[in-house]
Design a protein around this ligand. Structure first.
Ligand SMILES: NC(=O)c1ccc[n+]([C@@H]2O[C@H](COP(=O)([O-])OP(=O)(O)OC[C@H]3O[C@@H](n4cnc5c(N)ncnc54)[C@H](O)[C@@H]3O)[C@@H](O)[C@H]2O)c1
Length: 248
């Protein structure tokens, strides 16, 4: 695939808006859609004016005024699913429900051009099931980002036995071009969470046990993990940020 690409993003929530912003600042045309007009407006605001948005990157000297204006011009929020689907690659960022994602992949398979790669930002659902919902399983892949998308380097690239190696290569190159660190992992349809979220879930389970046993408070668990491992926030801060976004 030759860069720059036209990339569709489905869902303008916490992840979709940040992913569309990152793709646009990396030189691609990003076309983001959502079933909710309110979510589209909120997503546009976050991408441009939010804490980790384009204007904030200008304020921190990360982008010049010229680069920011060019990125904003490449960033489109639209109510049209067909417009987002008419892309070289589509990143699906709808809620973490297997039925919904399978339905979306069926619709994408119908609407996207034959050459398009269909990627999912699922946190851990089987990519194999999404691939099987389409007539192009070799062009379906997992591309798991972390929140906030413009900042975090995670690019957990999830492949199935059917994923075309050229598709894997193209998505890894694209992720690296967005300043991310692509790591390829194998889909395991029997376990939710790929690698990052399986390990993360184990940590949350243990943190909850510690509190239940009366060993420490939630605040103290958070602080101990920050102090011990230099995490930017503790386990419970991570849960809050992932579900609600990272407001000031
Ligand atoms: N929040 C995180 O930290 C995080 C991190 C990595 C991956 N994820 C994954 O990313 C995906 C999205 O999570 P989120 O936190 O952005 O959720 P969110 O609820 O903030 O946003 C989801 C958006 O999808 C929209 N939507 C629903 N059905 C749709 C459809 N058919 N077409 C287009 N848009 C539709 C909703 O209106 C909503 O705005 C989930 O699979 C989640 O597990 C989340």
């Amino acid at each position: 695939m030759t860069s720059p690409l036209r990339i569709g993003v489905l869902g303008a929530g916490v992840m979709g808006a940040g992913i569309a912003q990152t793709l646009a600042t990396s030189g691609h045309r990003a076309v983001c859609t959502d079933v909710s007009a309110e979510a589209l407006e909120q997503g546009r605001r976050e991408a441009v004016e939010g804490r980790f948005g384009i204007e904030s990157a200008v304020g921190r000297g990360r982008l010049s005024r010229e680069q920011a204006d060019a990125a904003i011009a490449r960033l489109e929020f639209t109510e049209s699913f067909e417009e987002a689907a008419a892309s070289d690659l589509v990143v699906e960022c709808v809620p973490e429900k297997l039925d919904l994602k399978m339905q979306v992949f069926r619709e994408l398979d119908r609407a996207a051009p034959e050459h398009a790669i269909l990627a999912s930002n699922s946190s851990g659902l089987p990519i194999t099931a999404l691939a099987q919902a389409t007539g192009r399983p070799a062009r379906v892949i997992g591309w798991h980002w972390a929140s906030p998308a413009p900042v975090m380097r995670l690019a957990e690239i999830v492949v199935t036995p059917e994923t075309d190696p050229e598709v894997r290569q193209a998505v890894c190159e694209l992720a690296a071009g967005c300043g991310k660190n692509p790591i390829v992992v194998n889909d395991n349809p029997m376990a939710w969470g790929y690698v990052a979220n399986r390990v993360y879930s184990a940590m949350i389970r243990e943190a909850n046990r510690v509190i239940k046993e009366g060993v420490a408070t939630q605040e103290d668990v958070n602080q101990l993990m920050v102090d011990c491992f230099r995490w930017p926030t503790g386990p419970f801060g991570m849960v809050k940020g992932a579900s609600g976004g990272w407001k000031k």
